[in-house]
Design a protein around this ligand. Structure first.
Ligand SMILES: [Zn+2]
Length: 239
């Protein structure tokens, strides 16, 4: 899965930001996360206000209720294992499926895998054609233009910050329901949120799982790759 770029870098803009090696869905260790969360991390001013509005919380909880009703079957786990080339530890739901054949396109992973591995990347793109399409857009160098859009377009920036808050609120409520701690991932979402665009796979995954109108960059990437990947067209044998 060389095209499966890291979706779970700890991207919060903090002094101790740690770059993740490629393909680390299941390999964040406690020591990694502890290193990422510097002793004073909790006192570092956040890039944006992360306090969810009531509307943010309502969007997050509605998505969570819908997604958590889709418990993965053994066949789903087998399919994702084939897609990723490894067992999806901590996978608690299917975030989005191929609308034709039902193959998982996005996994939902609990915040603390196996009771010890902090895992910030709640939504993980697993559909093979979707991963490939996101990689093509990244290879075309689109991230800089998207980041500039977040920086310069006030409406996009506000929507991107909101996507970050909703991401965090979704995971916070998921953690609460599962009894997982978010001690080492507090304030960390994915993909470069809330101020940069670093991993289109992660942003697309949020858009696919939560629906349009939540992550503006994920939505734009989905539009851009529509000829190559769409959840309404089955690409699942294209591996
Ligand atoms: Zn399919």
């Amino acid at each position: 899965m060389s095209e499966n770029t890291p979706q779970n870098r700890m991207d919060a803009p903090r002094p101790a930001e740690a770059e993740r090696p490629a393909d680390t869905m299941a390999t964040i260790t406690r020591s990694d996360a502890t290193a990422a969360a510097a002793p004073n991390a909790h006192h570092t001013p956040r890039a944006v206000d992360e306090t969810p509005t009531p509307e943010d919380a309502a969007v997050a909880v509605a998505a969570l209720d819908r997604i958590m009703a889709d418990t993965p079957t053994d066949a789903d786990i087998e399919a994702v294992t084939r897609q990723l080339g490894r067992y999806p530890r901590g996978m608690v739901a299917v975030g989005r499926r191929c609308e034709v054949c039902g193959t998982p396109l996005v996994t939902v992973t609990r915040p603390l895998v196996e009771g010890r591995i902090p895992f910030p990347t709640t939504f993980y793109l697993c559909g093979t054609a979707a991963v490939r399409a996101a990689s093509h857009v990244e290879a075309a160098g689109a991230m800089a233009a998207y980041t500039e859009m977040v920086r310069s377009d006030e409406a996009v920036r506000a929507a991107y910050h909101r996507a970050h808050r909703i991401y965090l609120e979704f995971r916070h409520e998921l953690a609460r329901r599962l009894g997982d701690t978010e001690e080492h991932i507090e304030g960390i979402s994915a993909g470069g949120l809330p101020v940069r665009v670093k991993c289109l796979h992660a942003l697309m995954a949020q858009s696919l799982a939560m629906g349009p109108g939540v992550n503006p960059i994920g939505d734009l990437v989905l539009e851009r790759v529509a000829d190559e990947f769409s959840p309404s067209v089955c690409h699942c044998d294209a591996a």
